[in-house]
Design a protein around this ligand. Structure first.
Ligand code: KIV
Ligand code: NA
Length: 264
């Protein structure tokens, strides 16, 4: 597979072609996911829960993220690698810059951070210095204590309008992508239509330009209760590779997510 770049994904959006994103935190899975044709690997700070067993993403450090990004980069075969800036590693624009440098030098091609319009200065700074940024809106797990739990965001008219405006301002500040987590499908659809940059969704309905899931969730091996937006692709597959290929195919032909995985 030839290397996927920001240019590739922006062209996919313009052509109305969906693309698939999955998390991976190590070389073996990065190799499998990228070889199966998934366009983007997210080294998510979800590794705090999935790998480290914490009950939130807050304990994850920049060193943890750089280590796992480097592991993924070694196994990767042509996917674009996005890495999360962890909790409190981008509280100021200067901090965002030095934290991003660590992840880019570990092998990330784009960094992701969580929040709305307050990130505009940081995004502008990063973008001018050659670091592409994805802004994560909606349910932002690093803010779980402020949000009062993992719940759907943008349900009231006021909060929906604020998110639409946040998305516009973040793109104007230089964001290269947006990610929407747990927002009503109609709101995600409107933000995706307004945006000139690719929008990735999780629990955000079928209308976004791309979908992302946590790998262990879509393989059905996450302990405990499974969130509504997750589908177990192993249930219909006889290998991990087949499950990953099925996911990518269902994202591209819009058969995943279906209504039952979204929020109205
Ligand atoms: O950390 C992560 O895996 C994420 C996705 C769930 C969007 O941010
Ligand atoms: Na994350």
């Amino acid at each position: 597979m030839s290397n996927i770049t920001l240019h590739t994904l922006t062209e996919r959006k313009a052509a109305g072609e969906k693309f698939a994103v999955l998390t991976a935190y190590d070389a073996t899975f990065a190799h499998l996911v990228s070889s199966a044709g998934v366009e983007m690997i997210l080294v998510g700070d979800s590794l705090g829960m999935v790998l480290q067993g914490h009950d939130s993403t807050l304990p994850v450090t920049l060193e943890d993220m750089a280590y796992h990004t480097a592991c993924v980069a070694r196994g990767n075969r042509g996917a674009m690698i996005m890495a999360d800036l962890p909790f409190m590693s981008y509280a100021t624009a200067e901090q965002a810059m030095s934290s991003s440098a660590a992840l880019m030098q570990a092998g990330a091609h784009i960094i992701k951070l969580e929040g709305g319009r307050w990130l505009c200065d940081s995004i502008n700074l990063l973008c001018e210095r050659g670091v592409p940024v994805c802004a994560h809106l909606g349910l932002t797990p690093q803010a779980v204590n402020k949000l009062g739990g993992y719940r759907v965001q943008g349900r009231s008219r006021e909060s929906a309008l604020k998110m639409i405006e946040d998305a516009r301002m973040l793109e104007e500040a230089g964001a290269s992508m947006l990610l929407l987590e747990c927002v009503p499908s109609v709101l995600a659809q409107e933000i995706t239509l307004n945006a000139g940059i690719p929008v990735i969704g999780i629990g955000a309905g079928v209308h976004t330009d791309a979908q992302v899931l946590v790998l262990q969730d879509m393989l059905g091996i996450t302990p405990g209760r499974r969130p509504r937006f997750v589908k177990d692709f192993m249930a219909e597959s006889d290998s991990i590779e087949a499950a990953i290929r099925l996911y990518a195919e269902q994202v591209r032909n819009s058969s995943f997510p279906s209504k039952e995985h979204g929020f109205e």
